[in-house]
Ligand binder design. Structure first.
Ligand SMILES: CC(=O)N[C@H]1[C@@H](OP(=O)(O)O)O[C@H](CO)[C@@H](O)[C@@H]1O
Ligand SMILES: [Mg+2]
Length: 542
């Protein structure tokens, strides 16, 4: 380690006194001006991780759906997965180390994680469109170079595109070509092959309005447009030329407020969708002829994909094990529909993509989605190999055609992480193949009315949870209080958990009517405020 270079460069990226940050659900998130030292040090950590696993590591500068003034950084592991949990602690230690202790902390990490500093390091970098992202990614480069690492800066890319690049690189191109063209070509080819099998294709044009949250998704979708077939007409809104990132638009806004984004004019029954700021989430929606807004969230996306895959899996007759993975935020009626009507096993895990991804890896076909629209499908290596073999060798027409559709699904879906662009194409293909309208899709089941709230407390870590975050262990008395409140309503459920990305406690409630869901959520938020050290004024009724 070049101690002199480390000293010199860390002085250029000083840590504000007294600032402590944690590597949370989605890496570090904070006000952009607090992050320069963090991203520099994450450049160091990415180089260390690369040396430790002898593979290319990704590093993405983004704060996703959070306000434009915020920013964040997260690391991507060799196959495009989230950073291994054992390294999150190193990330936190490195980010919070005093400047003069930096070298010591690095040495400690090297010892604990058996890192050989003499090895090469290779890091891929990406960033979103936030004004602060460019400078922060320069600081990432400083960190990588101090430890003698090589880097490739992809500049503006969606988060899932960076995950894809890392996976391509580390599989020596087996997953695809590690370029933007490679990504566009792979997805568009699979998409066109899929809709070729649709009877409707060519007969009508498919219109889709997309709210890009004024983020990087707009740029990348525009780049991809020439690769789309003529039948697919995508119309991009909130492309970042006029308004602020994520402001009154984007997938998170639409999901949380359960209303359409600004900047997109919706005619009755038009199919629309929203990406979030870094294009790793998507939700669909439409307005009916009476003017009512209908949200089609991650749960309903998972349901549509599961129906489609289950039918194909039945046709190929391979006894593949399929399951859906959700979190506690999944709408109760989605879980019921999947288990009782579709008869697919459902598993509930803790919030955060890494937990869903990890669980989904246990199955031949693991569909995972967060209610907020982040999700994908994972195919086991064995299932993928078998499917590709059936495509070339199977004599039975129906079986071979089904295998071919599955093969195209494997290529269309970004298996490294949830990807708004890829998910959108998967959904459009399924709707075309099944001849489903957005209303028919929506009508699969009716969401239970629900409400998501947040409360500020002095220290959100006083809330400890269990049972995939569905029950609170501490502070004492809180869970008993929630249980009593839930009993007052029909079809009700509520839980609270500390957010991993914001300094808040989140409250979720659902019940038979919107009024009851709102009332329950409010009562639970008061309980949190009083029992978990609420800050400021008590929460007001909705
Ligand atoms: C209720 C909710 O939507 N929580 C989100 C949010 O996490 P929190 O830990 O709840 O802040 O951001 C995560 C990262 O994007 C995402 O994985 C998760 O689903
Ligand atoms: Mg995001």
């Amino acid at each position: 380690m070049d101690s002199e270079a480390l000293r010199k460069f860390s002085a250029l990226h000083p840590r504000p006194a007294g600032l402590t940050l944690h590597y949370g659900t989605a890496g570090f998130r904070s006000a952009a001006q607090q992050l320069d030292h963090v991203v520099f040090r994450m450049g160091l950590l990415a180089a260390l991780r690369s040396k430790a696993v002898t593979a290319t590591i990704g590093i993405m500068v983004t704060a996703s759906h959070n306000p434009e003034e915020d920013n964040g950084v997260k690391l991507v592991d060799p196959l495009g997965e989230m950073l291994h949990p054992s390294w999150e602690e190193y990330a936190t230690q490195l980010a919070n180390a005093e400047e003069q202790e930096l070298q010591k902390v690095i040495t400690e990490i090297c010892q604990k994680a058996a890192v050989n500093l003499h090895k090469d390091a290779s890091v891929f970098i990406g960033r979103d469109t936030r004004p602060s992202s460019k400078k922060l990614s320069q600081s990432v480069i400083d960190g990588i170079q101090v430890l003698g690492g090589q880097y490739h800066d992809y500049g503006l890319v969606t988060t899932p595109q960076l995950h894809y690049m890392v996976c391509c690189q580390n599989t020596q191109g087996q997953y695809g070509k590690a370029t933007l063209e490679g990504y566009y070509e792979k997805l568009s080819k699979a998409f066109m092959e899929l809709i070729k099998q649709s009877h409707c294709s060519g007969e009508f044009q498919r219109h889709l309005k997309i709210d890009c949250a004024n983020g990087v998704g707009a740029l990348k979708l525009s780049e991809m447009k020439p690769y789309f077939p003529q039948e697919v007409l995508i119309h991009i809104y909130n492309d970042g030329t006029k308004e602020k990132l994520n402001h009154l638009c984007g997938a998170d806004f639409v999901k949380v407020h359960q209303k359409p984004p600004g900047g997109l004019d919706m005619k009755p029954n038009e199919r629309c969708c929203s990406f979030d700021g870094d294009a790793d989430r998507i939700v669909y929606y439409y307005k009916d002829t009476a003017g009512h807004f209908h949200l089609i969230d991650g749960d309903k996306i998972a349901t549509l994909i599961s129906i489609f895959l289950k039918e194909l899996l039945a046709k190929v007759k391979q006894n593949f094990k399929m399951a859906v993975v959700q979190t506690a935020y999944a709408n109760g009626n989605s879980t019921r529909y999947l288990q009782e009507t579709l008869k697919v096993p459902v598993h509930c895990v803790k919030t955060g993509v890494k937990h869903l991804h990890h669980k989904a890896q246990e199955f031949d076909v693991g569909v995972y989605f967060e209610a907020n629209g982040h999700g994908t499908v994972l195919f086991s290596k064995a299932a993928e190999t078998k499917i590709r073999q059936l495509v070339t060798e199977e004599k039975d027409n129906e079986k071979r055609e089904a295998a071919k559709m599955l093969e195209n699904m494997i290529d269309l879906i970004n298996q490294t992480v949830g990807d708004a662009v890829s998910d959108m194409l998967v959904i459009e293909a399924i709707l075309a193949l099944k001849g489903l309208s957005v209303q028919q899709w929506d009508a699969l089941y009716t969401d239970l009315p629900n409400r998501l709230l947040k409360v500020q407390v002095a220290d959100r870590r006083v809330i400890d949870t269990t049972d995939a975050e569905r029950r609170a262990l501490t502070p004492p008395g809180l869970q008993e209080k929630i249980d009593a409140l839930v009993k007052k309503y029909k079809l009700s459920r509520a839980f609270v958990r500390p957010s991993g990305t914001e300094d808040v406690v989140r409250i979720y409630a659902e019940a038979d009517t919107q009024e009851n869901a709102d009332a329950l959520a409010h009562e639970v938020s008061l309980a949190v405020f009083h029992l978990a050290g609420g800050k400021g004024a008590p929460p007001q009724p909705i």
